[in-house]
Design a protein around this ligand. Structure first.
Ligand code: SF4
Length: 345
């Protein structure tokens, strides 16, 4: 177990599925977002703020307001403002469908000036829409124009690397730069949600993913690296002082070197990420009881061992291990014997 002092600083970020609703039906959707508004769960603003407040003593610094499509949440702008007022950094990833000038103005008025990402999974309609659905590329291109023309929110592009876009990462990067995007995040496909059903057709190997990272690493500044799940490159020239000042938006290692976060999904499950240890469910138990388990340290966050086994095979092993024993008393240190240190070239 970790001691009380480090417990309070053990979680770098909080990721919330604020709504399960989304008009898109991406084949790789980790959240299995749904189009049916009646069936899609959406947390009320008060509940979301309650969760965020309870997580502050755990040391979180950032809050990912995720979905589904977060811009469909009626209180998204207010949530951004309230998160900032709590001293935390909000981030949003959107499919772009609701990304209007008015929406950007509302977010900006609440204090959002960066950490807004647009999802794009191909440099062409063919490759992008093969994964994200018909019309998605057109939506993303329009959103890129809106973002560029608005100009007051620093934005990036999120790419889930799949077999469909593996050879287009350079072209996507160019598209991003042409529209003044500040950063590009390469997200590793994980066995979550609908991606499970399409794993064989979409997944890339560890080597293929690393190949993408290496190609970009030669030309751009690495600003955040979250194991092999998420890697961010700053696309701006290194001489740009803003690029140097920029804070990473994703979960970074915290002060103790523990890159662990908390996620709350649309079903109410609260997990320690990326190890996927479920600590409770806020739809069945009071929030303070569930979050209290994190404070009480009823798990053993041996993240260093998990870091050493971040390859896909190891992640599958982790899923297997934690999928079957993934409860509050799970010992993360189980993976320590299978070392595979991932280093950037
Ligand atoms: S990946 Fe994003 S845009 Fe696609 S269905 Fe899921 S929530 Fe919607």
């Amino acid at each position: 177990m970790i001691d009380g002092a480090s417990k309070a600083q053990s979680f770098a970020g909080l990721a919330l599925t604020i709504t399960e609703y989304c008009e898109f039906e991406c084949r790789h959707c980790y959240a299995s977002a749904i189009r049916d508004k009646q069936k899609a769960h959406q947390y009320p603003r008060d509940t979301l703020l309650e969760i965020i407040r309870h997580c502050i003593p755990l040391g979180i610094e950032s809050v990912f307001l995720g979905g589904g499509e977060p811009l469909t949440h009626p209180d998204i702008a207010a949530l951004v403002g309230e998160t900032l007022q709590l001293g935390l950094t909000p981030s949003i990833s959107t499919n772009g469908l609701h990304l209007t000038d008015g929406m950007l103005a509302a977010l900006n008025a609440e204090g959002m000036t960066h950490n807004l990402a647009l999802s794009l999974d191909g440099a062409s309609q063919e490759s992008n829409d093969a994964v994200r659905g018909h019309g998605a590329f057109e939506v993303a291109c329009r959103a890129l124009h809106v973002l560029r023309d608005f100009g007051r929110i620093d934005f990036g592009i999120n790419v889930v690397v799949t077999s469909q876009n593996l050879r287009e990462v350079d072209a996507i990067t160019e598209l991003a730069r042409q529209h003044n995007a500040s950063y590009l995040t390469l997200v590793r496909l994980t066995q979550d949600g609908r991606a499970i059903d399409h794993w064989d057709e979409l997944a890339v190997t560890d080597d293929e993913y690393l190949q993408c990272l290496r190609a970009l690493n030669d030309r751009f500044t690495l600003t955040d690296h979250f194991f092999l799940q998420c890697t961010m490159f700053d696309l701006r020239p290194v001489t740009d002082s803003a690029a140097i000042r920029r804070k990473p938006i994703l979960m970074s290692p915290d002060k103790n070197g523990l890159p662990v976060g908390i996620s709350v999904d649309g079903k109410g499950d609260v997990q320690i990420t990326p190890m996927r240890i479920i600590v409770g469910n806020i739809q069945r138990e009071p929030i303070d009881v569930v979050i209290g388990r994190l404070q009480d340290g009823v798990y053993e966050p041996r993240v260093a061992e998990w870091r050493a086994s971040a390859g896909a095979e190891q992640q599958r092993e982790a899923n297997l291990l934690f999928g079957t024993t993934g409860r509050a008393d799970c010992k993360v240190g189980k993976l320590s014997s299978d070392e595979k240190q991932i280093t950037m070239p």
